[in-house]
Design a protein around this ligand. Structure first.
Ligand SMILES: NC(=O)c1ccc[n+]([C@@H]2O[C@H](COP(=O)([O-])OP(=O)(O)OC[C@H]3O[C@@H](n4cnc5c(N)ncnc54)[C@H](OP(=O)(O)O)[C@@H]3O)[C@@H](O)[C@H]2O)c1
Length: 313
């Protein structure tokens, strides 16, 4: 079991590609660029060394500014921070993949990315409109490209050294199996919604078997109802171990072998979410066996249309 002192600093070596991902990650899905920059700076100051970005969040430049400031003052070195960004649905055509990563790197002001993910397995009509819709408001999908073709283009980015590892997001176990079977470079990371109300044990077992890190987004359940943080099993453990419910849910995520992402613009919450320590084994068992609520907050796995997109700009 991890000791209280090591949990927050845990890095999971990647079995595919190269590098090691800090289990504790900060997400940058924050609508306002100024707030994004400030929250990212705070997260780095507090100790987070893993940032999750996406071209779809339209704020990579703000994350890049925060990173550059921290690098300049020497708070961090580039090789200490693990940066992920994601290819959006409109860029699945192989010829669009490298330009999309180049653009992300420019905005982030980086010359390589630690991990590049396919944001969702759904290809949208290629073009500059990130949310292409027909006259009835329905998403226009792109049937002219397969996920395996997009994956091959990501493999070439690893060959070129522009990213150290590649992976998938919002993917089902069924689709993940297909990519793992076809891949020359296997997915290093799979980013999916996961929290005590959506533990995804089957997916986690498959990931373990194939040396893939499951990176849990919405590790606190997006703060939505039914609230993971109000669950009596979680709040009872929190009282017992003198931690907050958020710290219990996040420690559980790391101790069961996943990495996690959480997000806040509040200094106290950012600090709290970093300062986690290991739970006793009986608490781990209670969360696994005592929680029966099962909720998926984000329908993106089924539709390819993420529900939490900043509307700024
Ligand atoms: N791949 C995908 O499709 C996808 C989809 C969604 C998200 N993501 C990634 O995952 C990241 C995390 O997602 P998320 O923001 O939904 O995660 P989350 O951490 O589950 O939810 C954030 C909510 O929890 C609250 N919170 C944060 N820290 C807290 C603490 N210590 N105590 C109590 N409440 C706390 C926040 O409120 P306050 O602001 O008040 O602190 C906010 O309401 C995103 O930023 C993004 O990078 C990926």
């Amino acid at each position: 079991m991890a000791t209280p002192d090591t949990l927050r600093d845990m890095r999971i070596p990647l079995s595919h590609g190269s590098g090691a991902i800090p289990a504790v990650g900060f997400g940058t899905l924050i609508p306002d660029p100024l707030a994004t920059k400030q929250a990212t700076k705070t997260a780095l100051e507090v100790g987070f060394r893993h940032l999750d970005c996406a071209e779809r969040y339209r704020n990579e430049a703000a994350v890049g500014d925060a990173l550059q400031e921290a690098l300049k003052v020497g708070t961090i070195r580039r090789d200490e921070v693990f940066v992920t960004t994601k290819l959006w649905n409109t860029n699945h055509r192989p010829e669009r993949v490298k330009p999309a990563l180049d653009a992300s790197l420019r905005r982030l002001q980086l010359d390589y990315i630690d991990c590049y993910l396919i944001h969702t397995p759904f290809a949208f009509q290629p073009g500059d409109d990130q949310d292409p819709r027909d006259a009835h408001g329905k998403v226009i999908y792109d049937t002219g490209v397969t996920l395996v073709e997009t994956w091959r283009a990501l493999e070439r980015l690893v060959d070129d050294g522009q990213c150290r590892a590649i992976g998938l997001s919002d993917i089902t176990l069924e689709k993940l199996r297909e990519i793992v079977a076809a891949a020359r470079i296997k997915p290093a990371v799979v980013q999916v919604e996961s929290h005590p109300y959506l533990p995804e044990w089957d997916l986690l077992d498959f990931c373990r078997e194939h040396g893939i890190v499951l990176l849990a987004f919405a590790a606190l359940g997006h703060g939505l109802n039914p609230r993971v943080l109000d669950d009596p099993v979680i709040t009872n453990i929190a009282q017992r171990v003198h931690k907050t419910p958020a710290q219990v849910a996040l420690a559980w995520a790391v101790q069961r072998g996943t990495a996690f992402l959480t997000t806040s613009t509040r200094l106290d919450h950012i600090q709290e979410s970093f300062e986690i320590s290991a739970l006793p084994e009986d608490a781990m068992r209670e969360i696994r066996d005592g929680i029966t609520t099962n909720v998926r907050f984000n329908a993106v796995v089924g539709t390819g249309v993420p529900g939490f997109i900043p509307r700024v700009g």
